[in-house]
Design a protein around this ligand. Structure first.
Ligand code: TYD
Length: 137
C-alpha cells in the first residue's frame, strides 16, 4: 500500500534556553530533493485545505506553529495524522489524496516540496484520481 510509505520523520531539535531550533537538510532528513517551500497561514477556523492529490510531487508537511489534521488516502486506505510538533514532518509520497483541516488559531503549515508549482501535476477530482490508480469508484 502506498499509504505505508507516508510517515512521520523526526527532525533535529536543538534545545536552547534562548529558544529551540529545528532544521531539515535535503537528502539527509528530507527523502527527496527540495525545489519549493510554501506555507499556509491565517487559516480561518473551520477552513479546509488540500482536497487533491499529486501525480509526481513528494512533500514534507510540518506544523511549525499550532496544529492541524492531515487525512491521507491512497484509494484503498485512509489515515489521519495530527500534526502539532514543529520538529516532526509528515512525508507524503506521490499519488496520495490529502485533506487538511482542524487548524488551530494562528497555526502555520510549512510544506517542503520536490518540484516547483505545476497545476498539471494535480488531481483535483477524486474520481479521476481513483481512475488513474485503476480503482473503480
Ligand atoms: P492549492 O495547492 O490548491 O492549495 P492547498 O492544497 O494548500 O489548499 O493552491 C491554492 C492556489 O495557490 C492555487 O490557485 C494554486 C496556487 N499555488 C501557487 O501558485 N503556487 C504554489 O506553490 C501553491 C502550493 C499554490
Amino acid at each position: 500500500m502506498e499509504i505505508n510509505r507516508c510517515r512521520i520523520i523526526d527532525l533535529p531539535k536543538i534545545t536552547d534556553a534562548r529558544g529551540n531550533l529545528t532544521f531539515a537538510e535535503g537528502g539527509r532528513h528530507v527523502p527527496f530533493d527540495l525545489r519549493r517551500v510554501y506555507y499556509l497561514y491565517d487559516v480561518p477556523g473551520g477552513a479546509e485545505r488540500g482536497g487533491h492529490a499529486h501525480r509526481a510531487l513528494h512533500q514534507l508537511i510540518i506544523a511549525v506553529s499550532g496544529s492541524f489534521d492531515v487525512l491521507l488516502d491512497d484509494g484503498h486506505e485512509k489515515r489521519t495524522f495530527h500534526l502539532n510538533r514543529p520538529y516532526a514532518g509528515l512525508y507524503v509520497c506521490p499519488m496520495i489524496w490529502r485533506e487538511l483541516n482542524n487548524f488551530s488559531s494562528g497555526s502555520v503549515c510549512l510544506v517542503l516540496a520536490s518540484n516547483v508549482y505545476d497545476e498539471a501535476d494535480y488531481f483535483r477530482d477524486y474520481t479521476e484520481f481513483l481512475e488513474a490508480k485503476g480503482i473503480q469508484s
